[in-house]
Design a protein. Sequence first.
Length: 280
Amino acid sequence: MRNEGSQLRKWRLATWQMVTGGALLALLMLASSYSIWFYLTSRVDGVELTRLREENDKLRLTNQSFEERLQALNGQVSDSEDRTRKLAIVAGLENLGAGAETGIGGRLPENAAPAEYALADLEARAGGLARALERVETKLGDNLKLISSTPAIIPVRGLLTSGFGHRRDPLTGQRAFHSGVDISAPPGKPVKASAAGVVVKTEEYGGLGRAVHVAHGFGLTTVYGHLSRVLVSPGQKVDRGEVVGLVGNTGRATGYHLHYEVQVEGKSVNPLAYMLDGAR
């Protein structure tokens, strides 16, 4: 009996030791597994955190560069707007204000970043600026055309012998209206168009003798009379300073001279007002 009890105690002790050892071994394995998992997880998280930090630094530098470029672009647009206003004044568009230049942009979401609002504002201003410049360009083009089409030079250099208005007719001696001015010059001296235009008519006979009529647009017409020769044809375009004929004494003339007229909407006006280079 004693041997049997002793063996039972030994068996129980051995069993307890085995269970305890197994539990400790399992706990050790679990702790080891957790340590390995924690190490690997921490390592991965550290790598990811480093990557995110690097990307954040890059984004911060990119955003800083974008804001600097945005500020520079804003300054350039403001400078262009100022120059456009000055050009508009020169062109005669004094009423071209900021309201006419402001564009209309699309609606931004409520959570849009400040840079997006700034960019949208620049886009709208740039669009308005383009439209304003188009208006100024068109107006300046019209102005240049008007300038080139407005009589501004003396057709021939010589002595002014008869002015515009009522005078005593040199042939009849009676008071009559003189629709232009007479400029005495040597025979055959070139007569030049006082502005760009189109020859609408040439004459061979009549009171003005050989004559040239040039339409300049904007209701302006010039007439060159008493020519010895006509050097242009109807429909021909001429530039300011281009020779249209030669001084003569054809028609009702008492000597070699040019009869020069300026008409506005068909009505004769004083040509001296259109001789910007002076008259003798």
